[in-house]
Write a protein that binds this ligand. Structure first.
Ligand code: ADP
Length: 399
């Protein structure tokens, strides 16, 4: 290894800055508050080029730059196996109190390598998909994508929870499912699926979704993947928001899908309007409500909104309907329930099901393991499966 490498760090190292046409990218903030980002390009199972940025101190720059130099030309397996001792043996007089800079740099490198692998897999899938001898849709069950907008009259009723768990229930039935959130001010899918530091790549055919193939049979895209930090306030104004939503909905390079589930921003304001205007009758809506909200104007407003947008409503889900006791697992109706069913009768839209309050939703949400995955044999997971089945057989209802 090159022991003179330290000389390169007096000023900005030569391998500092983003790499054009990178195949892998990752950014992470360490416990010390420094943020390090890596870009990698690869060919023939090797890292071809590596570069980095860091907003940290000189030692952070030294550590990250050394790691980037070391992996250039390295076989991918060796780069994945690169450890702290390998890096520290290259760094003369590296202060002990800054060893965490090496840990952070390696952590970001390994995440960038994972990202590179995902992009490579994706490219392979695309090669298969674009094979003219295969029908584009032949590996989906239905051969035709249904786009479902999950909407609610207001925030906090469990719309994102329904979107995620419904998408997973459909995927578990063998459907190819895409899940996307368009909630600029509160994207929750990265947290719910434990994808906190994912950054996505923009390839020639569009933004590459994250593929959770092995685990969930799901492709995921979130506005959160485009924000640098999940707690960044988003201050875009109307037109910029609209064009972001437009780009987002049109430019994601989904594979062949049976279902595209869209976690829509709550309410009937500018953002849901942008989404609905993009999709109109190409999409169907699922409305999520709680027993307390069925009597309010919010739900009627959502139904009228769909009517104005000529968007068919595929059905209504009543969430937080009754309470599942964590001890005896019995469901008790603590609020008046059944309002969702009445409302669906009033507006002549199908009723898809009632999901009780279960404190385990909070536990699974915090753990980043969605409810229907974590409690796969629970009665509530059965309800989700039943809703997925109803969705399968329920055709569009014009409201
Ligand atoms: P929205 O997308 O409508 O703002 P979320 O899906 O983020 O709502 O849910 C809000 C909170 O309610 C989350 O903490 C979620 O875990 C919780 N939650 C959702 N559905 C249920 C349920 N059936 N039982 C218990 N908690 C739930």
């Amino acid at each position: 290894m090159d022991n003179n490498v330290r000389e390169d760090f007096r000023q900005v190292p030569a391998n500092y800055g983003p790499l054009r046409n990178a195949d892998g990218n990752a950014r992470r903030t360490g416990p010390c508050g420094d943020t390090v980002e890596f870009w990698l390009s690869g060919e023939n199972e090797r890292v071809e080029k590596a570069s980095f940025t860091s907003d940290g101190c000189e030692n952070s720059l030294r550590a990250a730059s050394t790691v980037a130099y070391m992996v250039e030309g390295m076989p991918l397996d060796d780069a994945n196996a690169l450890g702290e001792n390998d890096v520290l043996s290259t760094l003369d007089d590296f202060p002990k109190e800054s060893f965490h800079c090496v840990t952070l740099a390696l952590d970001v490198l390994h995440t960038a390598l994972e990202d590179m692998e995902i992009v490579r897999q994706r490219a392979k899938e695309r090669e298969i998909k674009d094979d003219p001898n295969r029908s584009k849709q032949d590996n989906t069950r239905s051969g035709k994508r249904r786009t479902i907008m999950v909407m609610s009259g207001k925030g906090g009723v469990g719309k994102s929870t329904v979107a995620v768990n419904l998408a997973l229930s459909l995927a578990a039935k063998g459907f190819k499912v895409g899940l996307v959130d368009v909630d600029i001010h509160g994207p929750s899918i990265p947290t719910m699926l434990n994808l906190p530091n994912v950054t996505v790549m923009n390839a020639a055919d569009g933004i590459q979704p994250v593929i959770l193939g092995d685990m969930y049979n799901l492709e995921v895209m979130s506005i959160g993947f485009l924000l640098h930090h999940s707690d960044d306030p988003v201050v875009w104004r109307g037109p910029l928001k609209n064009s972001l939503i437009e780009q987002f909905l049109n430019d994601v390079a989904w594979g062949p899908l049976d279902y595209l589930i869209i976690d829509c921003p709550p309410g009937t304001g500018d953002e849901p309007l942008s989404v609905a205007q993009q999709l109109k009758e190409k999409a169907e809506a699922i409305l999520v409500t709680t027993p307390q909200d069925v009597a309010t104007v919010d739900v009627s407003r959502s139904i009228n909104f769909c009517r104005q947008m000529s968007m068919p409503v595929v059905g209504l889900v009543e969430n937080m309907s009754g309470f599942v006791c964590p001890h005896c697992h019995k469901t008790t109706d603590i609020f008046r329930t059944g309002g969702g069913k009445k409302l669906s009768g009033k507006y002549d839209v199908p009723f898809l099901g009632s999901i009780p309050i279960d404190p385990s939703f909070g536990i699974s949400g915090d753990a980043g393991l969605p409810y229907v995955q974590r409690f796969v044999d629970s009665p509530v997971a059965d309800i989700y499966r039943a809703i997925a089945t109803k969705l399968e057989i329920t055709r569009r209802t014009k409201v």
